[in-house]
Design a binder for this molecule. Structure first.
Ligand SMILES: *Cc1c(COP(=O)(O)O)cnc(C)c1O
Length: 385
């Protein structure tokens, strides 16, 4: 029952020493900080990619208990999973839609993204055929070139939406490409373009749909972008989008990735460690083996680069990270089989924690990829809530 919030099942730990612990109270505090910062704007919790690795269903249920206004997801199947788990709040799916997906969207009462006139008409027709009203957010591309109608042709989509009798346009949104950088020039341009598109409603005295554009970076760096609703993803989990980003909201990481020492030995000089023999010592050293590897999402590119925390101290990963195991050199340090090892998160010692940003830097990627790469084979356990 590792999916049940509030319970840490010890049997699970006897089965699998590697696990992710999610502190639901930290998620609550992060949500509160974001709410305090955005004032009147509603909050759509972004839970795509298994809630950034934190576990989709338990995190969604917790967010609903905390009163989030809605949930944003990338994929239809994530949304269906939440409906089946009893989540009833509005769920917006960001991704493009295909004809075959329409019945599922409508039957589960999900909110669709309409990124073009063609797709909007086809949502309208599908809803008409089923005798229902489809809830839709129009998607305007203001400078990301991913999905959405270009801002310079958006009027067509807005006009078309007025003629669709089986579509309720609840919202209209866009997405920032560069709101996490120190230079906000492009983000400001995107916001300007979005506001210009929205002037359509005022100029026709039409009711304004819910306007939203701010991701975590927009929340932090551009208060003028909060509009009617914000869409925090990474910030909700207590991680900042980039090093350049202003840290205008105080959040803490909710996730800790742990394992335990599975083997201890002394490695002699001239005896290289792991595949490819990429590391060896010039004197006898103590080396431990940890039962986690790239099959769990601990990147192979962390080989000979990253550190873990054992007994409050940081030690380097040596040799190549294997699929299911990796080695750590303790030099002359001590550890026993079964000792806790922190791969990501705050340790008990005074040497600080290992952040998603640390792992990202070592692996040459971004914190988002570190979190979302933690494989589903790693059990998630929940504290607090
Ligand atoms: C992922 C995503 C977000 C959240 O982004 P963060 O940088 O994690 O806050 C918001 N909106 C859309 C459309 C997204 O795809």
């Amino acid at each position: 029952m590792t999916d049940t919030p509030g319970s840490v099942d010890s049997d699970e730990e006897e089965l699998r020493p590697t696990r992710v612990e999610v502190d639901l109270d930290v998620l609550t505090a992060n949500l509160r900080s974001i709410r305090d910062h955005v004032g009147q704007a509603r909050v759509m919790a972004i839970l795509k990619a298994n809630a950034y690795g934190h576990g989709l269903v338990p995190v969604a249920c917790h967010m609903v208990r905390q009163g989030v206004d809605s949930i944003g997801l990338a994929l239809l199947e994530e949304a269906v999973l939440l409906r089946r788990a009893g989540v009833e709040v509005p769920i917006l799916v960001f991704g493009g839609i295909t004809v075959k997906q329409m019945p599922q969207f409508l039957d589960h009462g999900l909110t669709l993204t309409a990124p073009s006139v063609e797709k909007l008409r086809f949502i309208d027709a599908a809803a008409a055929a089923r005798g229902v009203q489809a809830r839709v957010h129009l998607k305007v591309d203001t400078g990301m070139e991913r999905i959405g109608i270009h801002y310079y042709s958006a009027r067509q989509l807005l006009e078309a939406s007025l003629t669709c009798r089986h579509v309720i346009v609840e919202g209209i949104y866009s997405h920032f490409a560069n709101a996490d950088s120190a230079d906000l020039g492009h983000a400001r341009l995107q916001l300007e373009r979005f506001l210009e598109v929205l002037s359509f409603y005022d100029s026709r005295s039409l009711p304004m749909p819910v306007r939203h554009i701010a991701n975590s970076a927009g929340i932090l760096q551009m208060p003028e972008s909060h509009l009617d609703m914000v869409r925090p993803g990474i910030l909700l989990y207590g991680v900042y989008p980039s090093d350049e980003c202003v840290r205008a909201v105080n959040v803490s990481p909710a996730l800790t990735w742990k394992s335990r020492v599975a083997y201890f030995k002394v490695v002699q000089p001239g005896h290289p460690v792991s595949y490819g023999s990429t590391w060896q010592s010039d004197r006898p050293v103590r080396v431990i083996t940890i039962p986690a590897g790239y099959g769990d999402g601990y990147f192979r590119s962390l080989s000979n680069r990253s550190e873990v925390i054992v007994r409050g101290r940081r030690f380097p990963v040596v040799g190549r990270v294997c699929m299911d195991q990796m080695m750590v050199c303790l030099e002359q340090g001590t550890a026993y089989n079964g000792d806790e090892v922190i791969l990501l998160g705050q340790g008990d010692g005074d040497q600080g924690g290992i952040s998603a940003a640390d792992l990202a830097t070592w692996a040459g990627t971004i914190p988002y990829e570190v979190l979302t790469s933690i494989n589903t084979r790693v059990p998630r356990v929940y504290r607090g809530g």
